[in-house]
Design a protein around this ligand. Structure first.
Ligand code: NAD
Length: 501
């Protein structure tokens, strides 16, 4: 039996009118478990209309009402996040503990949004001019769109929708068609938490759905996360239609290991950040830059840890699960082929990981083991392209300056890390590196919810990062009010430009 995965509108499942659908698979077994609806333009309009109809009442809902729903949503999510983690594992493939981690990081944004009354306070100036006061308020935009990638089906949408809802907007979430079920679980949880119908809606689909969200004048802003070419397209198309757009793109994250670093700590970090979630993280480390004479020792330590990893079904206490689809698995494997052909040394070969003799790996699953490549050089495709799989490339350089130049000339700028015991070098790196999120002896520096998440260069289009105060500002428009009361001597007729006195 395969499930039908539909849209969610006005607090209930909406099947839509389109007969188009796409298969959803369990990557650990290769089984098709569901068919997700692919919206037609009419379906998309029906969802957008529902969000538009719900907006006036939600905009006017008191902050006390909004926060009571948010607190309830947080409590329900916290109690039941195990259910959501299992749904994520069943469609994405990541191990359950990792899926739970993703939900917890999303929950932090819900917790941040629970403080919205404080975050939304405007400024007030008394007597800006004689008996004239000036104040500012922040108001919601209207119906807003969130378009998310496959790799974090719960956390990435939660970077945006808790703050969008807390600030009084209504939401249309367009999840990835590869793992769409988490969105419906979250929608049902909002209903249980008491969110009025129509405030949070889910539109399943592909380019047709996205294009309608970008073109439809009722949608006031677009928060996109995905690959760079689509991020660029979404940014260009959405802004040309007059919308506020933040579009987070792909990544190629480097870690620099200086000669004075603790190599055991660095090797642990490279394995965790390179192979966690099978490398399908936008903050995964895919380029390890070994500086000076430590490279041989470092590669040996990473190798030793990598060969001990248990690859298998994410529900069976594995360290690393399968890749999301067979096609993606094959594409990642082809990069390993290309790296080898270009002269990189294959130190650990994930292509040899199959199902033979491994009961935790179903023969039909999308398996590819962690792969360690040494002597990678900047022209190789394994370095130039975002691979988005469990492939860690080691590049050898002579100096800190060469390492920095590699990173700063790379088109992407999402995350980076430096491993060192030299505070001065770390301070220099955080100052000089052209990347949005920096770790110092921390390999995956994903900021807390009250800071903002975002990369530089081809990793983000737009000037607003996700969540934190950037999120509050993105989902609100500022209005400044100038008022005068009880002043009979207003100055009479004067056609000059208003001046303060
Ligand atoms: P993707 O770009 O293929 O898809 C992202 C979203 O765009 C999905 O909802 C998809 O349905 C939609 N989409 C796909 N093709 C489209 C098209 N031609 N027109 C309109 N919409 C389209 O990305 P993905 O494979 O789902 O996710 C992996 C990518 O996301 C990686 O590049 C990764 O680095 C990136 N990512 C970035 C961040 C970040 O914070 N910068 C976070 C997570 C993932």
């Amino acid at each position: 039996m395969t499930a039908t995965i539909s849209h969610w509108v006005n607090g209930e499942v909406f099947t839509g009118t389109s007969s188009a659908s796409a298969p959803v698979t369990n990557p650990a077994t290769g089984t098709v478990t569901g068919q997700v609806a692919l919206a037609s333009v009419d379906d998309a309009r029906a969802v957008i209309d529902a969000a538009a109809a719900a907006f006036p009442a939600w905009r006017d809902a008191s902050l006390a009402k909004r926060t009571s729903v948010l607190f309830r949503f947080r409590e329900l999510l916290n109690e039941r996040k195990g259910e959501l983690a299992e749904i994520i594992t069943a469609e994405h493939g990541k191990v359950v503990s990792d899926a739970l981690g993703e939900v917890s990081r999303g929950q932090e944004v819900v917790e941040f949004a629970c403080g919205i009354p404080h975050l939304l306070k405007g400024g007030f100036t008394e007597n800006a001019s004689t008996k004239v006061d000036v104040y500012s308020i922040r108001q919601p935009l209207g119906p807003v769109a969130v378009i998310s990638p496959f790799n974090f089906p719960a956390m990435v949408p939660m970077w945006f929708f808790p703050i969008a809802i807390a600030t009084g907007n209504t939401v249309v979430l367009k999840p990835s068609e590869k793992d769409p079920s988490a969105s419906l679980w979250l929608a049902a949880l909002w209903k249980e938490a008491g969110l009025p119908d129509g405030v949070f809606n889910v539109l399943q689909g592909d380019k047709t759905a996205v294009d309608e969200l970008l073109a439809n004048p009722k949608i006031k802003s677009v928060s996109f996360v995905g690959s760079t070419p689509i991020a660029q397209y979404v940014y260009a198309t959405g802004t040309a239609a007059g919308k506020r757009v933040q579009a987070l793109g792909g990544a190629k994250n480097h870690a620099v290991i200086l000669p004075d670093a603790d190599l055991d700590l660095a090797a642990d970090a490279m394995v965790n950040a390179g192979f966690g979630s099978a490398g399908e993280r936008c903050m995964a480390i895919s380029a390890c830059v070994a500086v000076g004479p430590i490279a041989d020792d470092l590669v040996a330590k990473i190798r030793e840890r990598t060969v001990g990893l248990k690859i298998g079904d994410g529900t069976k206490e594995s360290d690393m699960g399968p890749l999301v689809t067979q096609a993606h698995r094959d594409k990642v494997a082809s990069y390993i082929d290309a790296g080898e052909a270009d002269g990189a040394k294959v130190v650990v070969d994930g292509r040899s990981v199959g199902s033979e003799g491994a009961p935790e790996r179903d023969p039909a699953g999308f398996w590819l083991g962690p792969t360690l490549l040494d002597n990678v050089t900047p022209e190789m495709s394994v370095y130039t392209d975002e691979i988005f799989g469990p492939v860690l490339s080691v590049l050898r350089v002579e100096s800190y300056d060469q390492a920095l130049e590699l990173i700063n000339t790379n088109p992407y700028g999402n995350g980076t890390a430096i491993f060192t015991n030299d505070g001065g070098a770390a301070r220099r790196f955080q100052n000089e590196v052209e990347v949005g999120m920096v770790g110092i002896n921390v390999p995956i520096p994903v900021p807390m919810a009250y800071f903002s998440f975002g990369g530089w260069k081809a990793s983000l289009f737009g000037d607003s990062h996700a969540h934190g105060m950037d999120g509050v500002q993105f989902f609100t428009r500022q209005k400044a009010v100038t008022q005068r009361w009880l002043d009979p001597s207003h100055g009479g007729i004067n056609l000059g430009f208003p001046q303060n006195g």
